[in-house]
Design a protein around this ligand. Structure first.
Ligand code: UDP
Length: 570
């Protein structure tokens, strides 16, 4: 199968089976067979199950053609003893020593297996409040987050990956100002992404400039007031400074909580795309949109029949994952199977737009994104209903808020993941993000430089006889092709990169996909270095107005150690 060199390297390093001396003893092809066989084997658990052998072929086929890939833990662990297949978990943290350290232990077990964990620290009493049993004073959520952070650092993930965490604090927690600034030093709490949990009431108060109440989670008493507009500005300023904290809109997560009878959604997974109840886990999978296109004459367009078929097989795949998954703890096994949430999403959106010659920052792209996601969501739901007709609904369906005339197998169907590694394996742009840079210069250890050029751009320039190494180096240096005049205008218009796209258009695209996504959309809004705090504030307000569930921003150059620099990566 046609796997790129980068994909081969990534897979060899962390996905393929190794013997005890560290030698790789599995090929990429064998890996896909291992995964397909393991996931199809769940058919045997059902009296009316399909032919597992035939289904394994269907799964193998769509993975090896790079049309669909499940999240990394499924590729790494399916068919092995470890067998933990989910990327996303949320664990409860109650206001007691037992609960705090139980959560740390559970997180360690999850990280070992390649999953990421989200926590709300909102239930912890604030710093300085009394501890009844000892008469001492509580150290507060932020000091405990540091303990979680150190534990994460220590658990290198069983040769797979280092743990990732999300930490959430509600806007009305008395320690909120400390939380907003707790990552102002880039070297602190490095294993966490943090987000402030905002409420609709807070957003309204901020708009009007009103004060709002701070509530001690332990006593439930109002212990102070802050000015909402000023706190909003503080969040904006901190995010402008170095990208943290992000924001999430808690009321929206709970409006889409399908089983409010089970409690509130307080947190998402580490990258923000998957809100979950405490002890829920979710397995994700992504369709590579560049493989869903067909030629119409000279131009590309979506092959809707192929999208439909792929979505249906993907939903079947992800529902099976729930059954064959080996959960790290008993509560997670139980809670996950109560709602059977899955998170099907997409990757390669920006590359597909390039192939179709539609600029990412155009109304046409935003409308097509919305139409596509609506289709995926509807077809996914149909398939989930089909499975429910054969195998029953998720156990809490009756008490869920879903319409009762259409029994469904899965509590949620769609989620847009970042696809950090999956997009390298599938060799396409990640999630629904625009292209960050078209050309990178990679320094190889012996001092030579290697050019990495976006394949769609390369093909277009070659076709027109414009491709040269000198031109590529110039693109790498400038970080964009917008101002390179020797490239024809019609190419420059289509091949836009993250920084050519206004933050407003970033948010519009996020909102377009969010509209038809059950869970949330992973997206970073890129700002230029020169962007102001007001620019950030405007984007937050726009995201709120357009129905997004959260926002993550990043201003270029605002962290010392930036992973992807425009121009050069080492
Ligand atoms: N994740 C994690 N550690 C990592 C990368 C990802 O725990 O190093 C989890 C996290 O919950 C994240 C989710 O996996 O939100 C999906 O991330 P992504 O789509 O980038 O994962 P991939 O399947 O591409 O590896």
């Amino acid at each position: 199968m046609g796997i790129s060199k980068n994909a081969q390297v990534v897979l060899e390093r962390r996905y393929l089976i190794k013997d005890k001396d560290g030698n790789t003893i599995e090929t990429v092809d064998e890996m896909f067979h291992r995964v397909a066989d393991a996931i199809a084997s769940s058919e045997k658990m059902y009296e009316n199950g399909e032919d597992a052998g035939k289904l394994a072929e269907v799964f193998y086929d769509m993975m090896t053609k790079l049309e669909f890939l499940p999240n990394s833990p499924t590729l790494m662990n399916a068919g092995k003893d470890l067998g933990q297949l989910s990327a996303c978990f949320v664990l409860p943290v109650d206001d007691s020593m037992e609960s705090i350290f139980e959560a740390i232990k559970q997180a360690a077990l999850i990280h070992k297996s390649g999953g990421g964990t989200g926590f709300s620290f909102s239930r912890l009493r604030c710093e300085g409040s009394v501890v009844n049993s000892t008469g001492g004073v509580a150290s507060g959520p932020i000091s405990f987050m540091k303990v979680f952070n150190v534990a994460t650092e220590a658990v290198k993930q069983g040769g797979s990956r280092r743990g990732a965490n999300m930490g959430i604090l509600r806007i009305d927690h008395p320690d909120i100002l400390k939380f907003i600034d707790c990552k102002s030093n880039n070297k602190e709490i490095t294993n966490f992404n943090i987000s402030v949990g905002l409420t609709e009431a807070f957003m309204k108060a901020a708009e009007k400039g009103d004060d709002y109440d701070l509530v001690d989670p332990h006593t439930k008493e109002t212990v102070g007031k802050l000015n909402a507009a000023k706190v909003f500005d503080k969040i904006v300023e901190a995010a402008w400074r170095n990208g943290e904290p992000g924001i999430i809109f808690l009321d929206r997560l709970n409006r889409d909580n399908i089983v409010p009878s089970q409690g509130e959604i307080e947190s998402t997974n580490p990258c923000g795309e998957q809100p979950l109840l405490p002890y829920e886990s979710c397995n994700l999978g992504s369709i590579n949109l560049t493989k869903m296109l067909k030629k119409n004459g000279e131009s590309w367009e979506f092959d809707w029949k192929k999208v439909e078929k792929t979505v249906k097989n993907a939903v079947h795949f992800l529902d099976n994952v729930i059954d064959v998954n080996k959960y790290p703890i008993e509560e997670i096994d139980f809670t996950t199977k109560q709602t059977r949430k899955i998170g099907l999403g997409v990757m390669g959106w920006a590359d597909s737009l390039l192939m179709m010659k539609i600029p990412y920052n155009s109304t046409e792209a935003i409308e097509l994104g919305e139409r596509l996601m609506k289709f995926i969501n509807e077809v996914g739901r149909e398939k989930s209903q089909e499975i429910a007709a054969k195998r029953g609904t998720f156990p809490l369906f009756e008490e869920s808020i879903l319409p009762k005339d259409k029994p469904q197998r899965n509590g949620t169907i769609t989620t847009i993941a970042p696809t950090g590694t999956l997009s390298i394996i599938a060799e396409c742009s990640s999630g629904v993000e625009p292209i960050f840079g078209y050309v990178f210069v990679r320094n190889i250890m012996d001092g030579t430089e290697m050019l990495e050029v976006n394949s769609v751009l390369k093909e277009e320039l070659e076709r027109r006889g414009l491709y040269s190494e000198a031109l590529m180096k110039r693109i790498a240096k400038e970080g964009s092709i917008a101002h390179i005049e020797e490239i024809p205008e019609d190419i420059r218009r289509v091949f836009v990169s993250s920084h050519d796209i206004s933050p407003e258009d970033h948010i519009r695209m996020q909102a377009a996909f969010q509209k038809y996504t059950d869970n949330a959309v992973s997206k970073t809004v890129n700002f230029s270095h020169a962007a102001t705090e007001e620019d950030v504030a405007e984007v937050y307000k726009l995201a709120f107005r357009l129905g997004c569930k959260g926002v993550t921003i990043y201003r270029d150059g605002s962290r010392d150690e930036q992973v992807l620099n425009i121009g050069k990566v080492n």
